[in-house]
Design a protein around this ligand. Structure first.
Ligand SMILES: [Zn+2]
Length: 666
């Protein structure tokens, strides 16, 4: 009796073992009476036989024959094996039937029929199901519990034999909308968890995808279900993790107490100080409140806080900064002094509140109070350059000394280093700043505060009456402050200030563009120190690096210009957050005007002419040259130098630069 299956290529079928008698005479023999277990309930074989007959995969006559054969072999010999060996059934057909009719057959029966479980073990498990210990437990669980099968084997069987997809549920990937349709307890009870919507229905991972109550329950909840299999432990863990995250979210959603917010804010500031951050950005995004620190000039994300806490944190900071707590739609600013008795950390903080579409973004500027550590000798100015700066500018009785650079170039720090250098018992120093960024003992510092009408002009008038030797203006912002600085220098004061220009020559040009008389510029400006901060190569992961021909071409150097240099590059490690850089190093360009340059200013010569004169006769070393010398000493990289310093002309060789400025220590 040919069947469709038996017409398929025989090579795909396992050869029929000799043990299976195919003698048609045997088919005449009478079926034995059912066993005790079979009388109570259908045996695994009978369950499978019923399915196969219903699916018309096997004819009743074939089934009868197979049953007779099997009765001679014993009940441990699965009926389906007999059917396949008789070539009445092919394994692929068996698998697809079991999978499709899975809801109508028990896992245990499948395991028995597939030969992974002995019928008597299944009976033992079924009997145990009525014991108090196992009451209400699924058969799969009991089989595992009694050690009759391992979970891994169970999954292998179901995946390999029945083609169920094996899933590893991860609560972060679970569609929360699906979980809302059921409860964690539902998931636990059925040992199932919905994972995602697929084209054919909702993918649900079951510990036992053949468990009909689970399948029916899932279908009732989600409609069409695509069953998958997962280790029950993984399902339980995913449910627990989901529940924990929800409880956590709930707790976070409950109104945070004032002390929680205070603690949160304090811990952020302490952490920023510990990490040496210069600024902290607390910014509400669509879903979270993001906290970033600026460290070594680069922003770095450090924390994500529940979005719900944003208003409370902003309010806390407004209270500290003495800003209007009720105002949320306008930009505000303020400041406060942070003093943590526990960590001993303190600093002045400037707070800026900026109304964004997602709420107020707060930026805190941390003004380090460690002014006593500001030492011009430790600033990274090369030794010979520093010597000239002190001798020919700082120690002159009068004149304007300008520290220039863009925002974040470290010019304020250098300015304070100069002030520290000049601060002694015999010198009177007074400042007009906006704001006071470092507090230095022994000098009179004033915050210019336009809010209370304490303007720069008024401050300056009062300051002049204070009999100062040294006047420090935080920044020259306009013609008025420029004229004030020059006027003070003309009356015999030493004036220090910062100025926002690209390089040293740029400061002279900008003063000229402000329509300051050139003879005033020429006679008062005693020094311009232009500055940048470049990232420093991380000490922990630095490696020797040979500049490439491309590097050299971009610099304008030949191989011989490198001679004596030792270039380093950070490989990236934990210490440097895998950036290859840790800390920063200052790069400087010192302009000490000589007679030739003063003439050039008086004659309003071009920037290029003034630069040429400065290089040729006033000993000017450009920012680029100082940067290259620092790269050649392994302090920074060529990439930093080329990316952050202005390029003016071809730099001199490393040896020439070194001869002019000297090697930096550390
Ligand atoms: Zn490193």
């Amino acid at each position: 009796m040919p069947r469709q299956a038996s017409q398929e290529p025989q090579a795909a079928q396992p050869p029929a073992p000799k043990s299976v008698p195919s003698d048609p005479v045997q088919s005449e023999s009478v079926d034995p009476p059912p066993t005790a277990a079979q009388q109570n309930t259908l045996s695994s074989s009978e369950q499978v036989a019923r399915l196969l007959l219903e699916a018309a995969v096997v004819t009743p006559k074939q089934m009868q024959h197979a049953n007779r054969v099997r009765n001679k072999l014993g009940e441990d010999y699965p009926l389906t094996r007999v059917l396949t060996e008789l070539k009445y059934l092919d394994p692929a057909q068996l698998r697809s039937t079991l999978r499709e009719q899975g809801a109508h057959i028990h896992l245990g029966d499948v395991m028995v029929e597939l030969g992974y479980l002995r019928p008597r073990d299944l009976r033992a498990a079924l009997e145990a199901q009525s014991e108090p210990d196992y009451q209400g437990k699924r058969l799969g669980e009991i089989l595992l519990d009694m050690g009759l099968i391992t979970e891994q084997r169970l999954i292998e069987v179901l995946a390999d034999q029945l083609d169920f997809v094996v899933e590893t549920p991860n609560f972060t990937q679970i569609d929360p909308e699906l979980l809302k349709l059921v409860s964690p307890d539902w998931c636990r009870r059925l040992c199932a968890i919905p994972l995602r919507r697929e084209a054919d229905g909702v993918l649900v991972a079951f510990a036992d995808p053949l468990d009909s109550s689970g399948r029916h329950g899932a279908e009732a909840a989600f409609g069409r279900v695509v069953p998958a299999i997962a280790i029950s432990r993984a399902i339980t863990e995913a449910i627990n993790a989901f529940e924990a995250s929800r409880t956590h979210a709930k707790q976070r959603k409950s109104p945070a107490s004032e002390s929680d917010v205070t603690r949160q804010v304090d811990s952020l500031i302490i952490s920023a100080l510990e990490k040496g951050a210069s600024d902290m950005h607390i910014e509400p995004l669509r879903h979270v409140l993001r906290v970033r620190f600026r460290i070594d000039g680069v922003l770095m994300q450090v924390r994500e806080i529940d979005r719900e806490l944003a208003p409370a944190i902003a309010s806390r900071l407004k209270v500290l900064a003495k800003a209007d707590i009720a105002e949320r739609r306008r930009h505000q600013d303020g400041g406060f002094r942070f003093d943590d008795p526990v960590s001993g950390r303190r600093c002045d903080i400037r707070a800026s509140f900026y109304a964004t579409v997602f709420g107020e973004k707060v930026v805190l500027r941390l003004l380090s109070r460690k002014a006593e550590l500001l030492d011009i000798n430790q600033s990274g100015i090369a030794p010979r350059m520093l010597e000239r700066f002190i001798d020919h500018a700082l120690e002159l009785p009068s004149g304007v000394i300008l520290v220039t650079g863009p925002t974040g170039s470290g010019k304020t720090t250098t300015l304070y280093g100069c002030v520290n250098q000049l601060n002694d018992m015999e010198t009177s120093i007074a400042t007009a700043e906006d704001p006071v960024e470092y507090v230095i003992d022994g000098i009179a510092q004033c915050n210019v505060n336009a809010k209370i009408n304490l303007t720069f002009a008024e401050t300056l008038r009062a300051l002049m009456r204070q009999d100062p030797d040294v006047i420090v203006l935080g920044e020259i912002r306009d013609k008025f402050s420029a004229e004030s600085a020059i006027q003070a220098a003309l009356t015999g004061h030493k004036v220090l200030s910062t100025f926002h220009t690209e390089d040293s020559i740029g400061a002279l040009l900008r003063l000229m563009n402000m329509e300051i008389e050139t003879f005033l510029i020429a006679s008062t400006v005693s020094a311009v120190l232009a500055q940048r901060l470049l990232r420093k190569v991380c000490d922990h992961c630095a490696e020797r690096y040979q500049p490439t021909p491309h590097d050299l071409q971009r610099i304008g150097w030949t191989q011989s210009d490198l001679a004596g240099g030792e270039f380093l590059l950070g490989r990236g490690c934990r210490n440097c957050h895998f950036t290859g850089y840790a800390g920063r190093v200052g790069v400087f360009e010192l302009l000490l005007p000589n007679d030739a340059l003063r003439d050039a200013v008086l004659n309003r010569q071009s920037s290029a002419q003034m630069r040429r004169i400065s290089v040729e006769s006033a000993g000017l070393v450009s920012l680029m040259e100082d940067g290259l010398a620092k790269a050649a000493q392994g302090l920074t990289t060529i990439k930093e130098v080329l990316g952050k310093l202005p390029r003016v002309g071809r730099p001199r060789s490393y040896r020439e630069i070194l001869a002019m400025v000297g090697a930096v220590n550390g």
